[in-house]
Design a protein around this ligand. Structure first.
Ligand code: FAD
Length: 456
């Protein structure tokens, strides 16, 4: 079992955390990363600059002993601050307990902290500017290219864990060799990131402890805070059609669109036309794969196995859970098992959960850009919170199960969420969303206790 070396392809968020976890377990780890060393290069453009870290990711970082290092990088966000077209704002809290918050964190700073922690182990070797070109299963080799020297080379698989992200070269090689079937379902909406500068006095231009959202039905703008008092705003918009990226060709068109749709954000966005032209338009999609491993020689993990759309803020959180699950399976195998069994068990445990969060993330796009403004949504949210207060071990709003309850697997959160949706529909009295809904409490208690077991 304890092969001398594990190859890790990709030193992104999952790869760097996994390198650390494997090194702690005494394995020799060789990490191949296509990008240059981040300490010598500027950040790659076109990826989200900051992300939301929630309880699943925090639990993984705690188990890796990383939270003391990561904690100072975090900005708590207590809820969605919804910006209406008329400029009114309201806070829709994520949870109802003080710790039920999510955290904005810089992708680059988090990645670097994990890389440096991994590199501190003598049994970890980080090799930058090394692009994986695939795997040759017949020859049992990993195909690499040194992009500085322009030289191709091969190494034994030994085994290889692929954390090379949504466009995984390893996944594509396995698919081409007929070893797995993968689908990449592209969303018909793309995204573009823009920066909101600090105020003249250096303070945040918007309330920092919230995720700001401008829901406009078919599209939305969001903004997450950064430690330097900027916000990273992201426009999610259809690629083609009337309101679309394709229709925003000039600075004048972009400004007119923002003035019409996001009037209160426009003055915060500086030279919007120039930013819009300079920043890349990113793609979004879902990757599904029927097999994540090959004979104990190769395993796909994180986005390489199951990239999802970002609307639940869970891709990284899910990838971090993968890392912990794999590390704990290796502990459990205790030298007596084999990589093949560990990889197979990893897929058996993680795949249903990856599929569940993939579906919930797609559903959350509709919630964020549209239903969050809907009176029925707000009323049912209020009922959910009431039911959670009455039955805290049974009825937990689905968003909370996903974001604040890592002990509930994603698939179970999805299953319970569907049961809860039925209960909410049965109890919803209709009426004014501003007032606390008047519930038939006896009926509510019966429905909840009959349909939902207590969470251990
Ligand atoms: C706009 C946007 C917003 C997001 N927001 C959130 C959020 O709020 N919360 C959240 O939890 N998740 C979020 N995500 C998802 C999150 O970014 C991913 O799930 C996470 O980065 C997955 O980690 P990973 O290590 O699997 O892949 P990545 O972080 O993509 O890392 C892959 C690494 O592999 C390297 N690589 C790629 N190809 C090769 C190759 N051929 N050879 C060698 N190296 C290679 C890359 O350079 C990279 O370093 C968001 C994603 C997007 C696009």
């Amino acid at each position: 079992m304890r092969d001398p070396t594990v190859n890790l392809v990709g030193a992104g968020l999952a790869g760097s955390l996994l390198a650390l976890l494997l090194a702690r377990r005494g394995l020799r780890v060789r990490v191949f990363e296509r990008r240059p060393d981040p300490r010598r290069a500027t950040a790659e453009r076109g990826r989200s600059i900051n992300l939301a870290l929630a309880a699943r990711g925090i639990r993984a970082l705690e188990r890796a002993g990383m939270m003391p290092t990561i904690q100072p990088l975090l900005i708590a966000m207590r809820g969605r601050r919804v910006h209406d077209p008329d400029g009114r704002q309201s806070l829709v809290p994520y949870g109802q307990r003080p710790h039920e918050v999510i955290h904005s964190v810089s992708r680059g700073a988090l990645n670097l902290a994990l890389l440096e922690a991994a590199e501190a182990f003598p049994n970890v070797e980080l090799r930058f500017d090394q692009a994986c070109r695939g795997v040759d299963l017949e020859a049992d080799t990993l195909l690499l290219r040194d992009t500085i020297r322009g030289e191709d080379y091969r190494l034994p698989l030994t085994p290889t864990i692929a954390s090379d992200g949504a466009g995984s070269a390893v996944r594509q090689a396995l698919a081409t060799a007929g070893r797995l079937h993968a689908t990449e379902t592209r969303l018909d909406h793309d995204y573009k990131e823009l920066t909101i500068a600090p105020r003249a006095d250096g303070g945040f231009a918007l309330e920092p402890h919230a995720l700001h959202v401008w829901p406009r039905g078919g599209f939305m703008l969001i903004a997450l805070p950064n430690p330097d008092a900027t916000f990273t705003a992201t426009l999610f918009l259809a690629r083609d059609g009337a309101d679309s990226f394709a229709a925003l060709r000039t600075a004048v068109e972009v400004e007119a669109f923002f003035r019409r749709e996001f009037a209160d954000a426009l003055p915060l966005l500086g030279n919007l036309g120039a930013q819009f032209a300079a920043h890349p338009q990113g793609l979004l999609g879902t990757v599904r794969c029927d097999r994540w491993h090959e004979r104990g020689r190769v395993l796909l993990l994180g986005d390489a196995a199951h990239a999802i759309v970002p609307f639940h803020g869970q891709g990284m959180n899910c990838a971090f859970e993968d890392c912990i699950e794999l590390a704990e399976l290796l502990d459990g195998s205790n030298g007596g098992g084999d990589w093949s069994a560990v990889f197979a068990e990893f897929q058996r445990r993680r795949q249903p959960n990856a599929e569940a969060i993939a579906q919930m993330a797609l559903e959350n796009y509709v919630e964020m850009r549209d239903t969050v403004r809907d009176p029925a949504f707000l009323r049912q949210k209020a009922i959910s919170l009431q039911l959670e207060r009455r039955h805290p071990r049974r009825f937990i709003p689905r968003y909370s199960m996903v974001s604040f309850h890592p002990e509930i697997p994603y698939a179970e959160a999805q299953r319970r969420g569907a049961v809860q949706a039925g209960i909410l529909a049965a109890l919803d009295p209709g009426g004014d969303p501003g007032a606390e809904p008047v519930l038939d409490l006896a009926r509510a208690d019966t429905l909840v206790t009959q349909a939902l077991n207590e969470i251990a």
